[in-house]
Write a protein that binds this ligand. Sequence first.
Ligand code: IMP
Ligand code: MG
Length: 176
Amino acid sequence: MEYELSKEPLLTASQIEERVQQLGLEISSQFQVDLVIGVLTGSFIFVADLVRCLPNTIQVRFIKASSYGCSQQSSGSVKISSLEELDLKNKKVLVIDDILDTGRTLSCLLEQVRLAGANIVKSAVLLDKPSRREVSIEADFVGFSIENHFVVGYGLDYAEGYRSLPAIYKMSIPSP
Ligand code: IMP
Ligand code: MG
């Protein structure tokens, strides 16, 4: 059975633009960011828009995080690449991901950033699906809290497609 894109966006490009600008103000008022770490690939558009709403002295780096399933631990683990290349000592770091789902990726990543010596570590996600959480974690800055839909667009993919859509759409299975 094929997945189908919703006809209307769940979040329009202008809703996203407005919220990203608000997030930039919220973040800047609470926290002086030295370094943004974007989680590839899903966050690339969100990071590009959000950093343009933050002071221009911030540094921007990307890392790749991939779920490793439960290779050794029952809590599940996440493979994170390129983090060791970053100098995080005494930095104020904002980790940015596209969506907080089970919470595994972000909780693992935040722990590793802290272990690498960052001074302050905060997180921002464009979307939050609280009903899907398996690990107890909340992001410091959330764009939109959504129901348990699978969504694509504005960086988020289905099978690596749909990332370039300017708005966010639900992917649904058509009724038979
Ligand atoms: P978590 O570790 O389960 O919180 O996984 C978060 C990651 O799962 C995100 O960075 C996305 O790459 C992916 N993901 C979760 N929900 C969706 C969705 O609705 N659409 C696209 N990707 C998703
Ligand atoms: Mg991702």
